[in-house]
Structure formats: structure tokens, C-alpha cells
Ligand binder design. Structure first.
Ligand code: NZQ
Ligand code: ZN
Length: 393
């Protein structure tokens, strides 16, 4: 196990009807002028918007609104939010929605104190400073884990490019998590969210660092919990217990608890961000295509097989083949693909409407034209990436 620092100070407020306390909690945290940020119509249709407005009014908080966040959130709206914060002297950002809404707030919160264009921060050209407007959220979609993570991901649709930045100060101050708020999620979105949660656990799980037994076991617990509860939530969207388990998994998969003391891989997220930057597909759908394909690709790499077999046995209950552990690994991948298929997610780029025309561009972008490799568990070269993309087609 490597040395590490870990601090996650986000206050988690979890349970039925907890959104009703948002006004009081904001006041307790020192808010006086709030910017309420949300996406499209889902929070209005569910009645959540009205509840939030009432709670803010009752707490005597004045607020402005920034609606219109879209999946794969756009830097243009971030710029608009920065302008609003400066004009209205906003001192607290409240995100109501999923990862895209929370990420938009995170980018605004740092962008307000940067004099240049916020894309400098997002693209990593300039490091974020230590000033930001605090962010809180009411989570409606367990997936990205942005409700406790220290990073955000934003797209510039004009380039097109999707990338992100982070800071230890970026974690939200508090996060309200009522599993009932996820009852209205369409099945596809529920499934995409679960795939993202699993991917966050696996990006850390697949590590070259040895002696990380405790965090491996926590990640395996998260994976097994999602695998068990996703079919239940799809069958009965109003199953509180299943929704609650998935919600907690979403946060703990991505707050970096399971990343402590280890090198992390993140190849699949790097690849997925390229794909969704070009093709605007759901993040979880992209991961459903890439993760099993990448695992299968690594079955031919001797040094990767033990960990691939370990996850197959411990998480997917595959029988261990001591003579040929790669077969065990493949059985685990087969079971992962089975879950993805049952959940209605794509398994190939073709099924997601992604063509082969940008493979070279993707491989170049990920490796800076072949000048470095990607991923810590197995260093993927430009050629590896091109072969993998062919397998994913
Ligand atoms: O816009 P509305 O109408 O609210 O609809 C949203 C949106 O269309 C809908 N939705 C959300 N909650 C709902 C609901 N529909 C019905 N009922 C509800 N309760 O879901 C759609 C997708 O929302 P979005 O926020 O885009 O999804 P998600 O939470 O999966 O976030 C994905 C974004 O997060 C980034 C991804 O790259 C992607 O851009 N990520 C952020 C990370 C982070 N900050 O730590 C890490 C992740 O790996 C990820 O990269
Ligand atoms: Zn993700």
C-alpha cells in the first residue's frame, strides 16, 4: 500500500424527504444569495423544483436560477453562470440534478475568481486557485459521484472536446440524497448510472499496487451491491431499498475512499471522455462498451490475469480455474456483459451509433500522437488503443 492523504468533508444528508431541509442547511452553512442550477424538465415534472423553491423561501434566502444544463455539460453555460454570479453577488451554488448539473456548478464556482476564460481551468492550462464559491447539491441521479468527488468534467461543443479539472476544495459542502428522488429515472438512465458507479470502483480496483486488500474488498462490496440491486430497481423503480443501496454505492465508489494507497488506472474514463466528447453519448453507455472490451483485451497480458480472475471469482462468482486463470477472467467478463445486456445498454460502438471514422483521432488525443501510454494497470499504447477500438466497433 502506498502512502496517501485523504480528506472528504462533504456532509451527507441521506434519507426520505431530506430535500425539505435544504433552505435551513444552506442558511446554517452561511448562504445568503443562492444560485439554483438545474437541467431540463425532470425536476419540474417530479415536483422537486417546487419543494426546493418553497424551502429556500421559508428560510428567507434570495436566489436566482440557471436552468438548461445538458448531459455532457457545456462550457457556454458555465460562462453564463460565472457572469450571473458576479452580477448578483452569489455566495452559494445549489445544484439540483445529476453529475452534469453538479459539475457545472463546480466549474462556475472556481471560474468566478479567475480573470481569464474558464476553459483555461477546465483544460488544465491554468491551475485553479484557492478561492471558490461553495457548492451544495440535491442529487437526483446516482452515477457520476460528483456529489462528493473533487473533480468536474465539462465539454466545449465547438472544438469538440470533453475534459475536466479538480481541486481538493471542489468537493461539495453538503449533499442531500433522498433515494425517492430517483424513482422517476428512465430505466436507461438508471442502467447508465449503475455502469458508471461500477466503472468508478473498477478504475481504482485495477491497479498495479500490491497489498491493497482492504480497499479491494470495499470495491468488491460496491460492485456486488450494484449487481444485486440494479435488476431490482429496473423491475420496480420505486423499490426504496434498492434505490438507497445504489445511491450510497454511487457516492462511495467515487469519493476516492477505495483509491487510497494505490495507483489508479482511469484508462476507460479517458477513452469514454474522448468518445462522448465527439459523439455526445451517455457516459455510462460509453463505459458499458469499453470496460468489458478492455478487460478482454488484457486477458492476453499475463501480468493482468490474476486481478482479472480475482474480480471474476469474488464479484461475479465465477469458478476458479487454477490451470487456466484467463478462462476464469473471461467467465467474469461474460457475466459483466450479461448484466449490461439485461440492463438494456449497448455493448458495441455500432449499437451506440458511433462509427469508426475517428479512431485515429481518439488514439492520437489519448497518447499525444503516440508519445506516451495511458492507464496504470496496463500501459495502453496508441496501437493498443486502435486494436481495442476495432474490437469495440
Ligand atoms: O436535465 P434533466 O431534465 O434533469 O434530465 C436529466 C438528464 O437528461 C436526467 N435526470 C436526472 N435525474 C433525473 C433525471 N430524469 C428523471 N428523473 C430523475 N431523478 O438524466 C439525464 C442525465 O443527467 P446527467 O447529469 O448528465 O447524468 P450523470 O449524473 O450520469 O452525469 C454525467 C456527467 O458526469 C460526468 C460525465 O462525464 C458526464 O458528463 N462525470 C463526472 C464525474 C465527477 N465529477 O466526479 C466523474 C464521472 O466519471 C463522470 O465523468
Ligand atoms: Zn464516470
Amino acid at each position: 500500500m502506498n502512502g496517501f492523504e485523504f480528506q472528504c468533508a462533504t456532509k451527507m444528508i441521506f434519507g426520505r424527504e431530506k430535500e425539505l431541509c435544504v433552505g435551513e442547511e444552506l442558511k446554517k452553512q452561511g448562504a445568503s444569495r443562492v444560485l439554483l442550477v438545474y437541467g431540463g424538465t425532470s425536476i419540474k415534472k417530479s415536483g422537486l423544483y417546487d419543494k426546493v423553491v418553497k424551502a429556500l423561501d421559508e428560510a428567507g434566502l434570495s436566489f436566482d436560477e440557471l436552468p438548461g444544463v445538458v448531459p455532457n455539460p457545456r462550457v457556454s453555460l458555465v460562462r453564463k453562470g460565472i457572469g450571473l454570479c458576479r452580477e448578483k453577488e452569489v455566495d452559494f451554488l445549489l445544484a439540483v440534478g445529476g453529475g452534469s448539473v453538479i459539475d457545472t456548478c463546480k466549474a462556475i464556482s472556481f471560474g468566478v475568481f479567475y480573470e481569464g476564460d474558464v476553459w483555461d481551468l477546465i483544460s488544465g492550462k491554468v491551475k485553479p486557485g484557492d478561492k471558490r464559491i461553495p457548492v451544495a447539491d440535491i442529487l437526483t441521479l446516482p452515477a457520476a459521484g460528483s456529489e462528493e468527488s473533487d473533480s468536474c468534467v465539462i465539454s466545449d461543443e465547438t472544438i469538440p472536446m470533453k475534459t475536466g479539472f479538480g481541486s481538493p476544495l471542489m468537493r461539495p459542502v453538503f449533499s442531500i440524497m433522498n433515494p425517492e428522488l430517483t424513482y422517476t429515472l428512465p430505466p436507461y438512465q438508471t442502467a447508465c448510472g449503475c455502469m458508471d458507479i461500477m466503472a468508478h470502483a473498477m478504475e481504482r480496483y485495477f491497479s498495479p499496487t500490491e497489498h491493497v486488500e482492504m480497499t479491494d474488498r470495499v470495491a468488491e462490496g460496491i460492485l456486488a451491491t450494484v449487481i444485486h440491486n440494479l435488476p431490482i430497481a429496473l423491475e420496480n423503480p420505486r423499490d426504496y431499498a434498492a434505490r438507497a443501496e445504489i445511491m450510497l454505492c454511487g457516492t462511495w465508489a467515487q469519493n476516492d475512499m477505495t483509491g487510497c494507497g494505490r495507483q489508479q488506472d482511469w484508462f476507460n474514463h479517458g477513452l469514454e471522455h474522448q468518445i462522448s466528447g465527439f459523439y455526445d453519448i451517455a457516459h455510462g453507455a460509453g463505459l458499458a462498451i469499453s470496460f468489458p472490451a478492455w478487460m478482454e483485451y488484457l486477458c492476453t497480458k499475463q501480468e493482468c490475469v490474476p486481478k482479472l480472475a480475482q474480480i471474476a471469482v469474488r464479484v461475479w462468482n465465477a469458478p476458479m480455474n487454477f490451470e487456466n486463470p484467463a478462462e476464469t477472467a473471461k467467465e467474469g467478463i461474460k457475466r459483466l456483459r450479461g448484466l449490461i445486456r439485461e440492463a438494456g445498454l449497448p455493448l458495441t460502438l455500432g449499437e451506440a451509433g458511433v462509427g469508426t471514422e475517428r479512431f485515429e483521432e481518439i488514439a492520437d488525443a489519448m497518447t499525444d500522437k503516440g508519445s506516451h501510454t495511458c492507464g496504470a494497470f496496463y500501459p495502453m499504447s496508441r496501437e493498443d488503443i486502435l486494436s481495442l477500438l476495432q474490437n469495440m466497433a
